[in-house]
Design a protein. Sequence first.
Length: 708
Amino acid sequence: MAFLNMVLLNAAYSPWLFAVSLPIAIHLLTRQAVQVYSLPTFRFLQQSVARQSKIFRIRHLLLLALRALLVALLVTVFLKPARIAPLNNASVSGRRVVIVIDTSLSMGYNRGGVTSLQKAKALADRILLGLDISDRANVILAGAVPSVALSQPSGDAAALRLAVKNLMHTQEKCDVPSAIALAVDQLSKSGHGRAELYLLSDFQRTSWADAKLDSVPGNTQVIFVGAEEGERENTAVTAIRLRPSAPRAGDEITALVEMWNGGPSPRSIPATLWAGDAPPQKQTAVVPPFSSGTVSFPVSFPQPGRYICAAAVPDDALQADNKRWLVVDLQRSLTVYLLTDENASASPNGSYFVSRALNPAPGQPGGIRVIPKRASELTDADLRAADAVVLANVVTMPADRLPAILRYVQRGGALIVFLYGERARAQMEAMNRLAGKGEGKGEGLPFIPTQILDVRGHGKGYVTLSEARYESRLLRVFKDPSSADLGAIKFSRFFQTTEVDGRAETLLKFEDGTPAAARRPLGLGNVLLLNFAPTPRDSDLVKQEVFPPLLHEMLKGIVSGEGERREFSPGGPASVTIAPMPAAERVEAVAPNSRRLPVTVDRVGGGVVIERAATAGVYTILAGGNREAGLVAVNIHPDESDLRAINPRELQSRREGRPSYLVGTGENEVQLEDLTRNRSLWPYALVGAFIVLILEQLVSTVGAQSRP
């Protein structure tokens, strides 16, 4: 083992170890021959000597051993033995050292006035102080986009120490795989010599659980350095959602605020909501340990416009995740093209109920704009303007329109298909074939309908939903049982299907296991297949209150990736769509700290992208000077609020016997100095010599008193 390595700093004194033989020689030379006296007067003395001779011999040998040990320990003091630290071998020169420092939000946890990052910085500084002039090193700042302190590994320890000193924690989520890949690249640029990779972090499980160390060369020493110990409790706001998800001015709206309890016991968490100019509202929820809880607030927005909602919980040791923002834009309408051969304005046609569910008040601004059309009337310009395309009983599909719809999806569009009507099966088979041959080669639909199954007159005459994937962004709102009971819907007619593709997301299943709803990415867009008909004769779905919000959530979840793009996190890009503008009009973004940021603008489509949103808050898009053209909310990634850590031993075990060490404050973990500094052992020899000297005196004294 590395810890058993030892060196003698004064090895020239080694011959003095032969001095151990001096006490033995003296013992042998001074031994007296035993003479036997047979005089009668010595009879009682002989009996006394016989009783004590055995004890005397043992004491004599013990004194011999103690004196020999004393000489050996005194010589050892002059030899100055030292334990060689595994990472500070004097025979090794030109080391390659890379230090990865986790700068994510969780490293801002403040315990007793000291953050986790400050502890990590102090440890990094100690590592840098131990560098030799021949060593080459670099520091990697591991945030959402890992970066290096210096462009190349360098022997300039002072520059690296300054970079560490000026390091600030971010509000980002740590991209561990990218940080490790960057570290491996830096090690490869450092030349030859022993490679050492230091990982300094709180090892938050949500970031490190999937860390891959396969790319780290097998001869690289990996040192896991923990910046925190013990449990860390935290409360946070992790989501704000509206129901309906695409409200209109004047609607009755429910704001759902999700809170996280990152502690080992239930906690009563008060939440405050601000919605536009309305007075703040407060609600309290008791949240189980390491779980989420939801509170609801009634809100309304009387006029079309842009409104900012914010929710907050009381401050704690990690304050950045205690507030969250949501921008509600009641000016822009989503545009949905409803392709059908039915009369979408007449009941009981399925397209009528779909249109009414998406847009119950067509005359009001905001919300969703539904444009019914026959497939033969759909133009390429319509597809460029569409946020989503919905198919509901399309009987006639021109030969060129199906490939055009497929291209629209593959380039970022959203397609929702209600599987009913006599042509649904043939159209899905044709689209699946096209998807496997076109731009998204090898792709396809989530499943293919095979034959109609009508359960009316069989058994109970209907089936219900038995499974729902509430973790999906398309169904997350319905996770709370009080919001809706999807299991109450009765379906009497649907398709039997092929097996769901392994790359698809199955959202809903019927009792017999047949998929009722499944989504799959197709190119840059999404396809959602709904295996039921929105007609009263085939199910009672359209009679249920859950139908409009269910359709809204599904639409919101797949519209050009809207589900992901609305949840922007610090360290990454953020985008918003604004009204098209002239080419000469200047567009820029204003960060929450009032700093102006450059943006990338699609002047035809109205897309505005902030390349890197550094902090959480609301960013304002200005056009033509100071005219507000849009708002975008950037929030802390919910994963950063769960401060539970992975045991670095789990990460160490992935090294499969390769050289690695754990540094921390745990009972069985070593300290950094144990790995980087040689430890002198001669003081222990000196203390041992004093102890042996005392024992020798005690044995001598006791032996002298017991002599006959």
